[in-house]
Design a protein around this ligand. Structure first.
Ligand SMILES: [Zn+2]
Length: 160
């Protein structure tokens, strides 16, 4: 086993769960969606198209999270029901955390539509499809389905 194969190369995963991996032998670059590894395995074996296998150490960049308390609405997709009230308690470029009011049937993997207004000057409307990644009693942690990179109101809100 040579030195290249023994050390796992560090690979940064961007906020959309994308890693750009470079083969140490042929220098071929591949872009892979690795967000399924989040929070679990961080060192993974990669097989290149040149047949070389090597280890990569995935480093997930934590998106800045803003703690807030904003009331809003959620609705299960695709039929927009059941629906209910929530209190959004954190927001980042990649997702939303919310406390659900009352009983709910939300499970990990469910898709929801979340609607609320930011407390910025324009009370910007956030109306997003999310996928539920975590459910802890009344708390749900959700990830945006559509990228928010072009969402100026949210981008600005997270900067201040
Ligand atoms: Zn290769």
């Amino acid at each position: 086993m040579n030195a290249i194969m023994e050390t796992a190369q560090k690979v940064f995963v961007n906020q959309d769960g994308i890693a750009v991996i470079k083969c140490p032998v042929c220098e071929g670059v591949k872009t892979t969606k690795v967000d399924t590894f989040k929070g679990t395995r961080h060192v993974v074996r990669v097989k290149c198209t040149c047949q070389e296998t090597f280890m990569v150490n995935l480093e997930f960049r934590k998106a800045y999270r803003k703690e807030i308390k904003l009331s809003g609405d959620y609705a299960h997709l695709p039929h927009k029901r059941p629906r209910g009230k929530m209190l959004v308690v954190n927001i980042s470029k990649t997702g939303i955390g919310a406390q659900i009011s009352g009983a709910h049937s939300i499970k990990e993997g469910h898709e929801l539509q979340m609607t609320f207004n930011l407390d910025d000057r324009h009370h910007s409307l956030i109306d997003k499809k999310v996928v539920v990644r975590l459910v802890r009693k009344s708390y749900v942690g959700c990830e945006f389905i559509e990228p928010t990179s072009h969402d100026r109101a949210l981008g600005f809100y997270l900067m201040v």
